[in-house]
Design a protein around this ligand. Sequence first.
Ligand code: ADP
Ligand code: MG
Length: 273
Amino acid sequence: MATTKSTTTSAGTSTESVKQITYLAAALKAPRITEAAARLADQARDAGWTHEDYLAAVLEREVSARNASGAQLRIRAAGFPGVKTLEDFDFDAQPAARQQLGALASGGFLTEARNVVLLGPPGTGKTHLATALGVSAARHGHRVLFATATDWVTRLTDAHRAGRLPQELARLRRYGLIIVDEVGYLPIEQDAANLFFQLVSSRYEHASLILTSNLPFSGWGGVFGDQAVAAAMIDRIVHHADVLTLKGASYRLRGRGIDSLPSIRTTTGQTES
Ligand code: ADP
Ligand code: MG
């Protein structure tokens, strides 16, 4: 009679070893290893993998599952208004942005602490692209926070009132990417503008910002109520930045007539319905 150790299932797997794998995977808090080990064992036997190939394949499944769930957590924690990706973006509507976005999608701007500024009229995809770059950053392992300029001002004002602005700025620096959506929709009080300036300064050459605005830089003085603060801020933002200017009509409005007639979409895009 064989010992339990050498008892094999019909597929040739030692039942004792399977039990042990289940136990050890749970102890490692990697329960997916149990499933991957079983599933890949037959494949490994059939294909004549080496022990090393098999071990690498099992561990690879666990690591990629962990990375994916880490990305999911980071995407959920970022506070995006909705999850949008570059794959969902119709570059035929913004052909000039295609190349720049392609380069940004790799995430190199984050490791260099560069910024991205998306300018353009309402509905041209600024929030969509800012979110898409944020989602991509989260997938590359970066921590991301998204909020509107007004929300950022509220957070910074709260921190300032509580006497913990320096701590808050230090905490925010641990995020590889901060997205400030909708600079320019609402005016920012002068005190708040100074807090916002401190956010920009504290990240300068340390960590990235993405900002979106319906206004050109020349209009930011009016938003921040002070030309000098706006100029100093823009100087720091733009020193290491990619500035994309989106053009044309609102995609939301254009989309209505276009979705059913994709073949007539043109690069000028101004004439459809
Ligand atoms: P903005 O922030 O510039 O006002 P949004 O990014 O909010 O515009 O875009 C408005 C809506 O249209 C969103 O639902 C967005 O996903 C969609 N949208 C805008 N441009 C495009 C595009 N080129 N391809 C696909 N969807 C787009
Ligand atoms: Mg927007």
